[in-house]
Design a binder for this molecule. Structure first.
Ligand code: GLY
Length: 379
């Protein structure tokens, strides 16, 4: 068995057991240094990742136990939509791409498609016309967040590109493209690093400046944000075929790779001082690996950078499996250790992150089987 196959088998076995442990709850992060997940009743931004893991496990194994559990999460997302519970943020893209849209992609379930389209409409309600961007957090007009875009949002745009494909309604695509352009211009810096967030004047859309919410300091490069950018710009290229997005994803990827430590797994911020105990963020590396695999899928066959990217992905994934995974810890719930949620905020600095587990599994299945997650329909 290859190292990828061993890791996938371990993921399947843990996910199967977690279905029974979690019941109707959704895992978020661990708070005990990486033993067990904190659960919630489908009211966090991260809950789609559990749904996505179940769909991935089902696609890989064909085991109906995964399908049934995944379909139950979609019902939970329907109930959440109807109750309008904690949906006043941009992460609707994560939530409904990996749950309802995934079910549509796998099973062509019309009710799931309709739910994902309604979720796309809800995301459109975050569009702020004066500045022409999607507001990530908080209510419209909020004094801190009303004029703020964040790089993570690049991964929420695929729900809108997909909604355009499904309906032909240009509004979805136009808004996604305008937001991606604004993110490219203001969040990506000249040296290929990135701001986590950027502020605009809410009344006239004039740029104000970049800062961070979860990174080390305002001018630093938060590793998870950089990884969201690598994957998100690659997906904008897949949907639009605008080569500027492909170039942007490559630039962000080069920066990420040239700032990794020896074991190929990122610390939590590229500017954080490295000393004993500096937290890693294995989830940033998992997102990055899945995103770089997407980028490779899109790059020209003759691109001279292919071999370099391929080699570095293998090294990073091997390090995640051999040094960070829980393959040798059968009784824990998570798949990869040493993720960091919000180091400066003191939240889960050395723990399981459900999105880390999701992207780790997605990357393994891309490597082993060509299963690519649920950001787009096969093309
Ligand atoms: N999108 C929120 C985070 O990465 O923590």
């Amino acid at each position: 068995m290859s190292v990828w196959q061993t890791a996938i088998e371990d993921a399947l076995q843990k996910t199967r057991r977690n279905i029974g442990k979690f019941g109707d709850q959704f895992p978020h992060v661990s708070t005990d240094g990486g033993r067990s997940y904190e659960l919630n009743a489908n009211e966090d931004w991260t809950d789609g990742f559990w749904s996505g893991m179940l769909w991935l496990c089902y696609e890989h194994s064909g085991d109906d136990a995964f399908r049934q559990a995944a379909a139950r999460t979609v019902e939970s997302f329907r109930e959440r939509y109807e109750a309008d519970r904690v949906l006043d943020h941009h992460d609707i893209g994560f939530l409904y791409s990996l749950s309802a849209k995934a079910q549509w992609i796998i099973e062509k379930d019309e009710a799931a498609r309709q739910l994902a389209l309604r979720a796309a409409d809800k995301l459109m309600a975050r569009w702020r016309e004066p500045g022409q961007y999607f507001q990530a957090w908080g209510p419209a007009g909020d004094s801190v967040n009303g004029g703020r875009i964040i790089i993570d949002c690049m991964m929420n745009l695929p729900l809108l590109y997909w909604a355009f494909e499904q309906t032909g309604d240009e509004r979805y695509r136009q808004a996604a493209v305008l937001h991606a352009d604004k993110s490219r211009r203001y969040l990506v810096r000249g040296d290929d690093s990135s701001y986590h967030t950027f502020h605009f004047d809410q009344k006239n859309g004039e740029p104000i400046g970049g800062d961070t919410a979860q990174g080390y300091t305002n001018g630093s490069t938060w590793t998870r944000g950089q990884a969201w950018g690598v994957y998100g710009f690659a997906l904008s290229y897949r949907y639009t075929e605008d080569r500027l997005y492909l170039e942007t994803s490559k630039r962000l990827a080069r920066f990420f790779l040239s700032h990794l430590p020896e074991d190929e797994v990122a610390y939590w911020d590229f500017n954080a001082p490295i000393e004993a105990g500096t937290p890693r963020d294995s989830s940033a590396s998992a997102i990055f690996c899945a995103g770089l695999l997407e980028l490779l899928d899109l790059m020209d066959e003759s691109d001279p950078e292919r071999a370099y990217f391929e080699r570095r992905i293998r090294l990073a994934m091997e390090s995640l499996v051999l040094n960070y995974s829980t393959i040798n810890e059968p009784n824990v719930e998570g798949l990869i250790k040493r993720g960091s949620y919000h180091v400066r905020g003191g939240s889960s600095p050395d723990d399981f992150m459900i999105w880390g587990d999701y992207y780790y599994l997605e990357a393994l299945l891309r490597l082993e089987k060509g299963i690519k997650g649920y950001w787009y329909e096969d093309r």
